[in-house]
Design a protein around this ligand. Sequence first.
Ligand code: TXA
Ligand code: MG
Length: 325
Amino acid sequence: MTARNTDIEKAAGVLRAGGLVALPTETVYGLGANAEDPAAVSRIFEVKGRPPTHPLIVHIGGAEQLDDWVAEVPATARLLARHFWPGPLTLVLRRAPRVPLEATGGLETVAVRVPDHPLALELLSSFGGGITAPSANRFGSVSPTTADDVLAELGDAVDFVLDGGPCQVGVESTIVDVTGDVPAVLRPGGVTRENLEAVLGYPPEVPSASGVRVPGQHPSHYAPRARVVLVEPGQVIADAELAQERGHRVGVLLPPSLADAPVKAHAVVPVPQSMAAYARGLYGYLRRLDQRGCDLVVASLPPEEGLGLAIANRLRRAAGPRTPA
Ligand code: TXA
Ligand code: MG
C-alpha cells in the first residue's frame, strides 16, 4: 500500500470517528467532517469560530449522488452538475432529511458540490458519505491554499491534514442557487458567469448583496491581518509610497500594467497578467504580506470579467469594514 493510500484510510477513519480532517480541493483547503454527524459538524463551527447560522457546503463523490442529499433535483441543477462537476461549482437545493440542520445553519436548503481534486475524490470514495467542509481557516480570515497554510491557521485543532499540494484554482467555488425559476449566483468563484451562461443559454441572475439573504457573507471576509485599501491601478504606486513615508509598513499588489516599476514600499508582489494565475496566487500573496509584517496592503481591482470577478469580490471583502474584535 502506498503512503497515499494509508493517508486516505487514516483520514476516512478520522471522519468515521467523528473527527475533523483538512482536505485539499481544487479551490481551497476544506475543514471536513462527516456531514451526517451533528456533533462533528458542530466542532467545525467551534474550531473556526464561525457563527452557527452560517451554512456549510456538503462535498459528495459524484453527480450521481446528488439525489441522495437533496429533496428534488430541477432540470437546471442536473444540467449544471453534468457540465461542471467535479469542479468549482456549488449548487444550493432543498435539503434531504439526511442533511442535519447543523450543516445548513438551520436552513431548509443545502449547498452541495463535487470537488475536482484526486485526493478529495479518493477520500469521499473511501469514506462513502458526504463531507461537510468550509474553508479551513479561522472565521473571516484568508482561505488556505496549501497544507502549510492550514497548519498555520488551525494547528492541533484539526485531527488530520491530508496534503494534496497547492490548490489549482485558488478562490472558492461559485455558489448558484437553483431553488428558484432562474439560477442565481450567490458568490462568484472558479466557474465564471460566462461559463454558466454558455451552458444555460441565458445569463444567470446576480442578486445584489443587499437584496437577498446570503448567509455567511459579511462585508469583511477573506481578510489578512493587514488593512487592505483598494485604489485605481494608476494610483497604486503613489498611494503606497505616501503611506510608507507616513510610517506604514506597506505591502503592494502591483498590477500587471506597472510590472517593472520601482516602488518604495516594504514588500511588493507583482500580480500576474493571467486571471487564472492571479486567482491561484491571491490568498498566498495576502498571507505572504502578513508574514512580511505589512500593516497596510495597497491593491487595485482587476477587470471584473471571467475569473477577475471572483478576484475583485475577494479583494473587496478583504478591504471591507471590520467589526472590532
Ligand atoms: O470552494 C469552496 O466552496 C470551499 C471548498 C472547501 O469547497 N468551501 C467554502 O466554504 O468556501 P465556506 O464555508 O467558506 O463558504 C460556504 C458558503 C457560505 O458562507 C454561504 O455563503 C454559502 O456557502 N452557503 C452554504 N449553504 C448555503 C445555503 N443553503 N444557502 C445559501 N448559501 C449557502
Ligand atoms: Mg470561507
